[in-house]
Design a protein around this ligand. Structure first.
Ligand SMILES: NC(=O)c1ccc[n+]([C@@H]2O[C@H](COP(=O)([O-])OP(=O)(O)OC[C@H]3O[C@@H](n4cnc5c(N)ncnc54)[C@H](OP(=O)(O)O)[C@@H]3O)[C@@H](O)[C@H]2O)c1
Length: 330
């Protein structure tokens, strides 16, 4: 018998319930993991709230670190007792233990603690995708990062700055601004919770000498969409990769042309993981681990909570109270 967090209908954080569950032996190609640290990601909120519908009942969670407890038939290359982590579906990481496809498990280097791995893997891999596959590094030096003090945001800011990007971070408080500057942002714009983003583009133009930025990384969505487009230099790219405030409106291609031959992209780490050659994914993860170990990026843990208090973690994340990542401990 094991425990997990489950919801039977979409809703607020209170739908997350601590339940007992049977865990069968791992099937062919699977390994059973005893989780040690579980990463909380905003996509877990979208699943729970119904913004991204999932089959019910559902156990949230896309990433965790843990120890291999048992191997199913046909599994090679893994050993019982080995420290591993994973980032992908099916959801189910909010659990004390689970069975997972063995070929999706990544051995953890000794240099990374389980908690850091759980704070790093999903968010670092997303930042890696944005820096290596989305950012038009050569086009314009200035780049705008929304939610720059978030779990993804702090890693992304530091990585962009390391690669020569002149980062303007957008955050909700002065305290968060300090954290973002410490990761290498050249400028930070504070838009407090509840305030409109209507002055943001003018501020970005002031900072960039009127030019605007080459790329906007926007994970906030509905509330920031217009300001993001208005902040771009001609031929700039709006990389819309999240919707914490709600979905973006349909994109009008003619309008993109009128506003400066702009480009719109919707990067998705889930889509990338699903379609990428496994060898490429392994190389990406290795680069994320190496970047963390070398200090090029830093996973920030805002705090840890017991797994059974997952509802509290979601409430914190949605209230914009966190700086960096939340990690659940089984
Ligand atoms: N496309 C992908 O592949 C991918 C992968 C990973 C994450 N994401 C997206 O990236 C974003 C960040 O994820 P995360 O897990 O690292 O979360 P996070 O950034 O730690 O938390 C969200 C932050 O967004 C800001 N925010 C602004 N308006 C908000 C609103 N109305 N409601 C809630 N938050 C608001 C808040 O920062 P301030 O208070 O500073 O404004 C808040 O702290 C999410 O939108 C997520 O969906 C996308």
């Amino acid at each position: 018998m094991t425990h997990r967090i489950q919801f039977t209908a979409p809703g607020g954080p209170e739908v997350l319930q601590w339940v007992e569950a049977d865990l069968p032996d791992p099937g062919p190609g699977e390994a059973r993991l005893r989780h040690t640290a579980i990463g909380v990601n905003y996509i877990d909120v979208y699943h729970r709230s119904g913004a991204y519908p999932v089959p019910l009942p559902a156990v949230p969670g896309f990433e965790a670190a843990g120890v291999v407890e048992a191997l199913g038939p046909g599994v090679t290359g893994l050993a019982v007792g080995q420290r591993v982590a994973y980032v992908d579906g099916p959801t189910g990481a909010y659990s004390e233990a689970r069975n997972h496809p063995a070929d999706r498990l990544v051995p953890l280097p000794a240099s990374l603690s389980d908690e850091v791995a759980a704070a790093l893997l999903f968010k670092g891999l997303t930042a890696h995708m944005l820096v290596r596959r989305v950012w038009r590094a050569g086009a314009e030096p200035w780049v705008l990062v929304h939610a720059a003090a978030g779990g993804v945001g702090l890693i992304l800011t530091r990585w962009l700055a390391h690669e020569g990007g002149r980062v303007i971070g957008v955050v909700g408080s002065e305290e968060k601004a300090t954290a973002v500057r410490a990761e290498g942002a050249e400028a930070v714009v504070v838009v407090p919770r509840g305030a409109a983003y209507d002055q943001l583009a003018a501020e970005v133009r002031r900072i960039t000498g009127g030019r605007g930025v080459g790329t906007v990384f926007d994970s906030v969505g509905r509330d920031t969409f217009e300001a993001s487009l208005d902040s771009l230099a001609p031929f700039g790219l709006l990389a819309s990769f999240g919707r914490s405030s709600g979905p973006v409106p349909p994109v009008n291609s003619e309008e993109l042309g009128r506003r400066g031959s702009l480009a719109f992209q919707r990067p998705s780490i889930i889509g990338h993981i699903a379609k990428a050659d496994p060898a490429i994914l392994r190389a990406d993860i290795a680069e994320v681990f190496a970047a963390q170990t070398q200090g090029i990026i830093r996973a920030h843990i805002h705090g840890t909570l017991p797994l059974r208090e997952a509802a509290q973690a979601h409430a914190l994340l949605e209230s914009r109270a966190t700086r960096g990542a939340l990690v659940l401990l089984p």
